[in-house]
Write a protein that binds this ligand. Structure first.
Ligand SMILES: C[C@H](O)[C@H](O)[C@H]1CNC2=NC(N)=NC(=O)C2=N1
Length: 102
């Protein structure tokens, strides 16, 4: 069980998560993949991280843009789990980008 973060904690930790923004009790980021299969691969990698954490993002795929929205539903807002998952999503996107860039 993870407690709700304070505004100060959220602001400080978002500073280390480029691309992520806060909308009230959620944080979100969008990634543009080179093509649709790569966008689906990103979702697939994030699915493994989410299962590992037992913490799951809301995901929207539109062609090659993937948007992740994170919130701790049981707490009704943002907890450290969301920050941790945001880091894992960021790392998965960076790995795929490195693969795509060769
Ligand atoms: C029982 C299980 O741990 C809970 O339902 C988990 C699963 N994944 C979850 N994911 C998110 N984002 N919020 C939750 O509150 C949540 N709860």
């Amino acid at each position: 069980m993870s407690r709700l973060l304070t505004d100060e904690e959220i602001g400080r930790q978002l500073g280390e998560l480029p691309g992520w923004t806060r909308q009230g009790g959620e944080i979100s980021a969008s990634y543009q993949a080179p093509d649709f299969p790569t966008a689906v691969r990103l979702v697939d990698e994030v699915a493994l991280e989410a299962e590992d954490m037992d913490h799951h993002p809301d995901i929207d795929i539109r062609w090659r843009t993937v948007k992740f929205v994170l919130s701790t539903h049981s707490e009704g807002g943002l907890t450290q789990l969301d920050v941790e998952l945001a880091h894992r999503v960021t790392q998965a996107a960076a790995r795929l980008k490195a693969t795509a860039d060769g």
